[in-house]
Design a binder for this molecule. Structure first.
Ligand SMILES: Cc1ncc(COP(=O)(O)O)c(C=O)c1O
Length: 338
């Protein structure tokens, strides 16, 4: 049988028996998801900050949910077709829109090179800076703004969890860990060890991500089971495998980020195709061959920035995570070339 490449993580049974490590950052507040971290941040900032927020024009639709729920007004600043922040546009929007908060995204494992400069601009204008490390938390994150957060399930085989790290010492009250969401994702992850049970685990994954994730009270705590599993994972090995797979693919196909520097641990291997048709055709071929490349992302309708819309139509992320070896990468290249 051909090995499937991509999609949700199975939770290996052996993980429960691995030795315990210390994978949780010291200063972290552990919450259920990336959006729980955003809700926490908004709730902390709201009483004292003008809550208009500036967001990058390239982002996933789900990130807007906490802002809508907490009634925070938002608009977008530009990022270019290499996903770099357009500082001139950001400064203009600061003048015009007087935001109290700015969010930046470190995409695909690659840290925004102008973060320091942006942090200075924010400090000067009394704006709080949130750094989104959801796609980059294994790339040696360093807090340069006021808040940073991740989402463990994007990189690791655990049901839920995220860290929020911030400059302030204040704490707000947390809700209980979302029991149904966590237990169903745990079940789905464990059953995925058995591919013949696909008609059970696949609907469970879909139910948790499409429904249950927005059905509990935020901000909620990270579950104890995820904390335990997180501490049994060998992160160094994961970083090594992801970097090895990325570097191998990059010898044959040009990614959006051709240079992999020593601190970078990539989320996936993003390729920009010539056109949307070419991207979609190649995606279809890959799926036929049991390789499941996600699209990061179909942008929210509110984004009107042409450069971002164009990129979103042409971008495809090839899976390169720790589950795969060079043989799998060779098969992927062959399939794209064909
Ligand atoms: C860049 C980015 N930020 C935030 C989020 C929200 O994280 P979560 O799904 O854990 O709430 C996502 C989710 O895909 C994301 O990709």
């Amino acid at each position: 049988m051909v090995k499937k490449i991509g999609s949700d993580f199975n939770i290996p049974l052996t993980l429960f028996f691995k030795r315990k490590r210390k994978n949780i950052p010291k200063q972290a507040i552990l919450l259920a998801s990336g959006n729980d971290c955003l809700t926490y941040t908004i709730k902390e900032l709201k009483p004292n900050t003008k809550t208009k927020i500036l967001l990058p024009s390239y982002l996933c639709p789900s990130i807007l949910i906490p802002f809508k729920e907490e009634k925070v007004d938002y608009s977008f600043y530009r990022v270019n077709k290499k996903l770099e922040i357009n500082i001139t546009d950001l400064k203009n929007k600061i003048k015009k829109e007087k935001p109290g908060i700015i969010l930046i995204i470190h995409y695909f494992g690659f840290i925004q090179s102008k973060t320091k400069e942006i942090a200075k601009v924010c400090e000067k204008n009394k704006i709080k800076l949130i750094e989104d490390y959801v796609q980059s938390f294994l790339s040696k994150p360093k807090l340069q703004g006021d808040y940073m957060f991740n989402s463990y399930r994007k990189f690791l085989p655990i049901p839920d969890g995220a860290f929020l790290i911030k400059k302030t010492k204040t704490k707000i009250i947390l809700n209980k860990s979302p029991k149904e969401y966590v237990s169903k994702r745990l079940k789905a992850g464990l059953l995925k060890n058995f591919s013949f049970l696909k008609n059970i685990w696949r609907p469970l994954f879909i139910e948790t991500e499409e429904k249950l994730i927005n059905k509990y009270k935020r901000p909620a705590k990270m579950s104890n089971i995820s904390k335990d599993l997180l501490n049994r994972i060998n992160l160094r090995e994961i970083i090594h495998k992801r970097r090895r797979n990325y570097a191998y693919l990059a010898k044959h196909i040009k990614p959006l980020y051709p240079k992999l520097n020593e601190n970078t641990c990539p989320l996936g291997f993003p390729i920009v195709f010539k056109s949307q048709t070419q991207r979609d055709n190649i995606r279809k071929t890959l799926i036929k061959n049991k390789i499941y490349p996600p699209i990061h992302w179909e942008l929210p309708k509110e984004v009107k920035e042409n450069e971002s819309i164009d990129l979103s139509n042409k971008l495809l992320t090839i899976p390169i995570d720790q589950r795969y070896n060079l043989k799998d990468m060779k098969r992927t290249i062959k399939c794209i070339r064909s």
